[in-house]
Design a protein around this ligand. Sequence first.
Ligand code: LMR
Length: 396
Amino acid sequence: LFSAIEMAPRDPILGITEAFNADQNPAKVNLGVGVYYDDNGKVPLLECVKKAEAILMEKFAPRTYLPIEGLAAYDKAVQELVFGADSDVVKEKRAITAQAIGGTGALKLGADFLQRFTPNSEVWISDPSWENHRALFESAGFKVNSYPYYDAATRGVNFAGMLDALKAMPEGSIVLLHACCHNPTGADLSDDQWTEVIAVVAQRNLIPFLDMAYQGFGDGIEADGKVVRRFAEAGGALFVSNSFSKSFSLYGERVGALSIAASSAEEAARIMSQLKRVIRTNYSNPPTHGGQVVATVLATPELRQLWEEELAGMRVRIREMRTAFVSMLKEKAPGHDFDFVIQQRGMFSYSGLTKEQVGKLRDNNSIYAVDTGRICVAALNNKNINNVIEAITQVL
Ligand code: LMR
């Protein structure tokens, strides 16, 4: 049985962490995976999380099974965060939200659900997109295509190309869109561009699937979540996967959710009943701890305030690192223009470094980045940035 099994390639992102972990160089830097590190190079445990955990700890609650769709208080809080408590879709009970195993788990639930009910639709992801999008939808049984997105010449979005592709997609196609902080490019659409996308999606009867893994890392929680609300207001089917891995620094707790907006409360109830079957046959029901932490923070005004402040702190530090990165490279490598790094949103910079340059950084300096040239700016700090700049200058 096993003799014909070939070795699979390493995961393009998490495989970098495996290689990084095996590297003995004390000066190694992991700019691969999308994880926020503080200025001491540590993954923070947020104060709001500590306080929520202290509250939960005191209760010494039994660990029974959660409902299939997750903790009710979590699902409610997440739905209100995603769509807005005062939105029509929430007030009219047209939305459903199910706790998921991180953002990836939410995408997979949505993909499995769609495969059951619209198996002939094809999926369209941006070119480029998060490395796992294609594999995830393919493994759910879909044919996955890509629409033009990044324009290397302008370092921005090839919006005309994207719009043309959307207009040419067959009705019922599933379009994966990044709600904010596009991964990997950091290039987002403007409000006006979203207006056009929302209109084409409605006209062409496309199924939008918004992936929101970095809410709060662009311009703030409200601003980053705005596009989800705009899609919900436009009506039509809508899928939203969101994650608290980054925004709560709860990576290993795997806390995310899938929300779906339907056209009526009755339709929403039918959707939820089917989604529960997808969950039950995958992992039965989600784990307790992370969902309880997030639900406690979101539902407790002081903790929620603290979370917003802490998230703002992470966002600001990343911006400072972008500015430092650009100004240091200006000095060290004056022939190269990296100003675009300041404009990019979220944790990443699509740096323009080639696969070969990335290989040299890894082999010569133990600095790890994704082969596409994506670097995680959130892993830079005042102690490692000099080495990183020095090494990049050498490979340029
Ligand atoms: C990333 O893009 O690095 C993160 O979303 C982590 C992951 O699961 O790939």
